[in-house]
Design a protein around this ligand. Sequence first.
Ligand code: CTP
Ligand code: CA
Length: 229
Amino acid sequence: RGATGAHTDLAGRHVVVSAGGTREPLDPVRYLGNRSSGKQGYALARTAAARGARVTLVAANSALPAPAGVDVVPVGTARELREAVVEAARDADAVVMAAAVADFRPAVYAEGKIKKRAGQEPEPLTLVRNPDVLAELSADRPRPGTVVAGFAAETDDVLANGRAKLAAKGCDLLVVNEVGEKRTFGAEENEAVVLGADGSETPVPYGPKEALADTVWDLIAQRMPAAGQ
Ligand code: CTP
Ligand code: CA
């Protein structure tokens, strides 16, 4: 149920959601990771399915159970996530990037476990950039009408940072959360502002991640070309 009151306003649509956090391996036993729980992405997948969409959930390292009726594609690294999202997005009406994608990965992967040596300081860690999936999909839409949305957690001047990021990414919508002490990571509830490339600004009060997800689908549905076009 979105603001429209419809139960099936996404029927006949294929939507792709990424969730969780990527992990970039250093060696067979270690990785660089982040604290994303995957809850917001899973809430987006569940609510889209409830509204009648066919949903592909590209899930990076999430321990959450697969939502009923959702096609889950598990991935580990940012590069695996990009491949899975691009593949699933080929016939998608919308893509929502809720995953926390590592910006960098170790430049080299050690085939054997990295060992410490007596009296020696560790080698510095060299990182390289990962692909920016959201910017790529926004610049190179799988279909002319595919709606592309992202998430950003910001501190300081949250709205100004969000506007700048929306423009830099080239996406249609950016959900901006303020992060701080005990906010967002692993929480059940969320507060956000959804910025539109058309200049719109939709505040979403503190509440369950499902409510934010429903607002995001409302805004996406408004931006989709009429079905069958
Ligand atoms: N994102 C992505 N690929 C990346 C990094 C981020 O697709 N390599 C997506 C995220 O899934 C999210 C959005 O971009 O939807 C914003 O992520 P964020 O980390 O806030 O943006 P960055 O451009 O990486 O900016 P920052 O330097 O602030 O981390
Ligand atoms: Ca980032």
